[in-house]
Design a binder for this molecule. Structure first.
Ligand code: HEC
Length: 158
């Protein structure tokens, strides 16, 4: 028996536990690779396909949501804070850093830098994210509504 014959036999016919295990690992590897590729394609094309009009529409929707859910307490004008701190340039900003605004100790000492991810958590359930914050509980639980608001916040952070 040559080496080749041996491996042919080993791969196609053997039912030994080692071979089954190797086949399973190979299958798993294939599934993961295909899955990752799929994810990569959908996330890159998802953005590439959004036209300028589409982006404007999303920002507009975000503005509407902001008016409904945030505007009573927040402006986007640094010169005119209201009951809450102004949210202009919020993305990348250190939490509790608008000079002259009277923040809670919880927010002031949180050490948070605002990002898309933690802002999503914040508008979903700010009281859980930060017990002790003075901001009334806001529960924007709908993912699409969160997306709209986050697009708007990104827009006023440019
Ligand atoms: C009822 C008033 C109120 C509403 C409504 C409200 N906020 Fe606030 N918000 C506050 C107050 C007050 C603070 C300061 C909290 C503190 O000091 O603990 C705050 C703080 C924040 C901060 C931290 C800012 C900083 O400078 O670190 C963010 C971000 C924020 N709010 C986003 C939002 C968004 C987005 C919405 C709408 C989905 C919203 N808030 C709705 C009152 C409100």
């Amino acid at each position: 028996m040559t080496y080749n014959e041996l491996t042919d036999d080993w791969v196609t016919n053997s039912n030994s536990p080692e071979v089954k295990f190797m086949k399973k690992i190979f299958k798993l590897f294939q599934v993961i690779t295909v899955g990752l590729l799929g994810l990569l394609c959908s996330s890159t094309t998802g953005h590439a396909e959004m036209t300028k009009a589409g982006q404007e529409a999303v920002v507009k929707a975000g503005e509407v949501m902001f008016q409904h859910r945030c505007r009573v307490c927040h402006s986007n004008d640094m010169k005119h804070p209201s009951y809450g701190p102004p949210l202009k340039n919020i993305i990348g900003r250190k939490a509790g850093s608008v000079i002259g605004f009277n923040y809670s100790d919880a927010l002031k000492n949180s050490g948070i830098i605002w990002t898309n991810e933690n802002l999503r958590e914040w508008i979903k359930d700010n009281k859980s994210v930060m017990p002790g914050t003075r901001m009334r509980h806001i529960g924007v639980t709908d993912k699409t509504e969160q997306d709209f608001i986050l697009h708007y916040l990104a827009h006023i952070s440019k």
